[in-house]
Design a protein around this ligand. Structure first.
Ligand code: HEM
Ligand code: NAG
Ligand code: NAG
Ligand code: NAG
Length: 327
């Protein structure tokens, strides 16, 4: 009797999870029979690329973020201009800034060799992000997969839904909230600025004439201000690069948060998380600055949440053969 009940429960459970699967649930085991080696293939290519360009991992995780915030995690950012496609690559937050597309193409080529037509470009971005974080010394986690690729791009959305580094904390908070992400997610995900670079144009107004005051942003540490002014002199190139994390530029650790605690955040939107008085983000920065373990745990949760923004699943979208164009 008890046995029969167990069987009934098990059957109901598998029907339920099957239905959930059809309803757009991503799973960690999606490719376990169709492309069992997918993680190894992605890891090998990212590792190789990282040897030539230490910024590779930073570029890839940023692509995933910029993909997910525009019509969901559907690989739309990867599409080139074409008939009916206004590429998101030409939107303000991405133009002359988003990079790593060549690595994505190399991953796609390698995957098409071992399991043709199976792994989506949207999933490649999610998997490559996890591997990039792990290679940088950050946490490892099982990535929910099963996304499919869009047949459209949304340049307009990329211009309006991706945050600029000059936003107020209120604005950033509402842009994240519009994607189902709360203040803890905002702070944890901003921790991706623990590696990678930004151009002078993304922060130099803080150094000389902040909000038209004629003075620098009062929330910058003065020694750090001097260093940044040397990197980005007035009248110098807007394209010169600075480390987002001045203390450990290429490592995935919690120093992004300890930097904020000592007024060494590079972007206005970074420092605001800590320097906006009364904001709920201040305590979260302190928590992550005081415990790398807490940061890592929260970061993984928030990455999974971000990766779940409106994926295409089931029979929606397609599996692109080439990430740059629709089939
Ligand atoms: C909170 C709102 C955010 C704003 C305003 C923002 C803004 C920026 C800006 C302006 C840059 C430099 C671009 C340039 O100068 O060319 C940048 C770089 C970067 N962002 Fe963000 N970002 C935000 C959140 C995120 C999130 C959620 C992630 C990932 C989870 C992320 C990952 C990165 C990485 C890794 C880089 C360095 C990329 C490279 O070296 O090429 N950012 N971000
Ligand atoms: C997985 O791929 C790697 C190379 O990327 C290869 O060395 C390994 O043998 C593959 N494993 C399987 C089970 O195919
Ligand atoms: C904040 O958002 C509002 C409404 O979208 C926008 O008009 C304003 O320019 C934004 N502020 C900044 C500093 O970007
Ligand atoms: C700062 O910027 C404002 C507006 O762009 C301008 O009117 C002012 O002259 C600038 N001040 C300095 C000291 O450059």
């Amino acid at each position: 009797m008890a046995e029969l009940q167990l069987v009934v429960v098990a059957v109901l459970f598998s029907i339920a999870s099957f239905l959930l699967g059809c309803n757009g649930q991503l799973t960690e085991t999606f490719y376990s029979s169709s492309c069992p080696n997918v993680s190894t293939v992605v890891r090998n290519i990212v590792e190789q690329a990282q040897q030539n360009d230490v910024r590779t991992g930073a570029k890839l995780i940023r692509l995933h973020f910029h993909d997910c915030f525009v019509d969901g995690c559907d690989g739309s950012i990867l599409l080139d201009n074409a008939n009916g496609i206004e590429s998101e690559k030409d939107a303000n937050p991405n133009r002359d800034s988003a990079d790593g597309f060549g690595v994505v193409d190399d991953i796609k080529t390698a995957l098409e060799n071992v399991c043709p037509g199976v792994v989506s470009c949207a999933d490649i971005l999610a998997l490559a992000s996890q591997i990039s974080v792990t290679l940088g010394g950050g946490p490892s986690w099982e990535v929910p997969v099963g996304r499919r690729d869009s047949r459209t791009a949304n340049r307009e959305g990329a211009n309006s839904e991706l945050p600029s580094p000059f936003e107020t904390l209120d604005n950033i908070t509402s842009m994240f909230s519009a994607k189902g992400l709360d203040s803890t997610d905002l702070v944890a995900l901003s921790g991706a600025h623990t590696f990678g670079r930004a151009k002078c144009r993304s922060f130099s107004q803080r150094l000389y004439n902040f909000s038209s005051t004629g003075n620098p942003d009062p929330s910058i540490d003065s020694a750090y201000l001097d260093t940044l002014r040397q990197t980005c002199p007035q009248g110098g190139s807007d394209a010169t690069l600075a480390n987002l994390d001045p203390s450990t530029p290429n490592d995935f650790d919690n120093n992004y948060f300890t930097n904020l605690q000592s007024n060494r955040g590079l972007l206005q939107t970074d420092q605001e998380l800590f320097s906006t008085s009364g904001a709920d983000t201040v305590a979260i920065v302190n928590r992550f600055g005081n415990s790398q373990a807490e940061f890592f745990t929260a970061f993984v949760q928030s990455m999974i949440k971000m990766g779940n923004i409106s994926p295409l699943t089931g029979s929606n979208g397609e599996i692109r053969a080439d990430c740059k164009r629709v089939n």
